[in-house]
Design a protein around this ligand. Structure first.
Ligand code: KIV
Length: 282
């Protein structure tokens, strides 16, 4: 007899309840195998629109479509049992009106099975966040450096320094009051991130922010070292996959060229040879 073990998946309310408690561990994932790995270690897995840059080779997240997010969301869903799954709303799918945001957020939830969506913006998005949360759509907010606004921000600059701190703090208070269950603080001056974490009642999830945040998130390809080209200051590499993969491919190429791969252990004897071997052994 086999006993089915069901793992209870974390919900937005569980993450919300972790404010000021054990740090919340978050990573992005875009595929089933990576989601399976992350599920063992993370409380929250984000299908980030960073998928456009790290998987599809786009220059920014601006070109990411709803279909891309849904396809990667479906893949990640198949790999998760326990972690809360959040899917990013891509650029252009929620800013125009709160009704548009509701339509697209509910499509993402229905098609991917995620329990929450994330969208970028502070005060300007507070009304939309309130509208969604009142209609059964848990929202993770994202303030500070909001990569979808790269063309108006003029670069991936640190936010919330000096006099700019007040603006970012206002954004944090606005999304918390609007009903977001958590807020990502991206590339925000450390002291400002610290102040926000103390000021708002929802968990803050830092990326390039502060160790005092209620949790941390990294883009999985960044922390695994899937690139050799660049390394943002806020990324700590826990592996060097690109380097290891390059060495593996180089070894494979050399063995194909000198015909040492495949070896006899990787090929199949034909039926006549196998029959002859059985006869000889009899
Ligand atoms: O798209 C993404 O991966 C994100 C994280 C950086 C928070 O928004």
């Amino acid at each position: 007899m086999s006993v089915a073990v069901t793992v209870k998946a974390l919900m937005p309310a569980d993450i919300r309840a972790r404010k000021g408690n054990h740090p919340i561990v978050c990573l992005t994932a875009y595929t089933t195998p990576v989601a399976r790995l992350a599920d063992k270690h993370c409380d929250l897995v984000l299908v980030g629109d960073s998928v456009g840059m790290v998987v599809h080779g786009l220059p920014s997240t601006v070109g990411v479509s709803l279909d891309m997010m849904i396809m990667h969301g479906e893949a990640v869903r198949r790999g998760l049992d326990r972690a809360l799954m959040v899917v990013d709303m891509p650029f252009g799918t929620y800013e125009e009106s709160r009704e548009m945001a509701l339509r697209n957020a509910s499509t993402i939830m229905a098609r991917t099975g995620c329990a929450a969506v994330k969208l970028e913006g502070g005060e300007t998005m507070a009304d939309t966040i309130h509208f969604l949360t009142q209609r059964g759509i848990p929202v993770m907010a994202h303030i500070g450096l909001t990569p979808q606004s790269i063309n108006t921000l003029g670069g991936y600059k640190v936010q919330g320094r000096g006099r700019d701190a007040e603006r970012v703090e206002r954004d944090a208070r606005a999304v918390a009051q609007a009903g977001a269950f958590s807020v990502v603080l991206e590339k925000i001056a450390e002291t400002t991130a610290c102040k926000i974490t103390a000021a708002v009642e929802i968990p803050t999830i830092g990326i390039g922010a502060s160790a005092s945040c209620d949790g941390q998130i990294l883009v999985v390809d960044d922390m695994l070292g899937m690139f050799v080209e660049f390394r943002p200051k806020f990324v700590k590499r826990y592996a060097e996959i690109a380097k290891d993969a390059g060495q593996a491919m180089s070894a494979y190429a050399a063995e194909v060229r000198n015909r040492s791969f495949p070896g006899m252990e990787h090929v199949f004897a034909d039926a006549v040879a196998s029959t002859a071997k059985i006869a000889a052994q009899a």
